[in-house]
Ligand binder design. Structure first.
Ligand SMILES: [Zn+2]
Length: 172
């Protein structure tokens, strides 16, 4: 299997920073000049497959990359976006964090139309998620990828609403 980001990492294409775990590169089809991608050097498709230590490293690097955009490019804000899984319209199956420099009036928009939910719908979501997430903060360190059924979220045959539900159900 070939992966566009693995290839770019190998070729050091537009890579502005790299270490043993992660790299920061310029996006080849940027939303704005200076649009950066922070990614693991090892091929992980989605966050859920990535060891916690690597996720922490990516988050720390994303923060530093964002700081650089504010300092060097004079951005007045950044959007930090992960397209996580095919249901989230992830195009390239290699986990990456987009850091997009923003200035007021730059014409980009990531706004969504808020859904109008009833109190009942909100209450149901709260109930489902509260139960499943109550032990999130005390879970042991995850070093191994989580086994997804048939690797659905990462693959081409994902049934859309499926994998997040599976993720939530994995909590004991
Ligand atoms: Zn890859």
């Amino acid at each position: 299997m070939t992966c566009q980001y693995c290839d770019a990492l190998k070729a050091k294409e537009w890579v502005v920073y790299e270490d043993d775990t992660a790299a920061v590169m310029l996006h080849k089809s940027p939303a704005m000049p200076g649009h950066l991608l922070v990614m693991p050097r090892e091929h992980f498709t989605i966050m859920e497959q990535t060891p916690d230590a690597v996720v922490r490293k990516l988050a720390a690097l994303a923060n530093k990359a964002s700081t650089s955009l504010l300092q060097v490019l004079g951005a007045s804000g950044t959007n930090v976006i992960i397209e996580n899984g095919t249901g989230a319209e992830q195009q390239i199956p290699h986990l990456s964090i987009n850091i997009i420099p923003r200035v007021e009036g730059d014409g980009l928009s990531f706004q969504w139309q808020p859904k109008k939910l009833s109190d009942e719908q909100m209450g149901l979501a709260e109930l489902q998620l509260k139960e499943q997430t109550k032990s999130l903060g005390v879970e042991p360190e995850r070093k191994e990828p989580i086994r997804l059924d048939d690797n659905k979220a990462a693959g081409e045959t994902v049934k859309k609403s499926d994998y997040m539900t599976k993720q939530l159900r994995r909590v004991p």
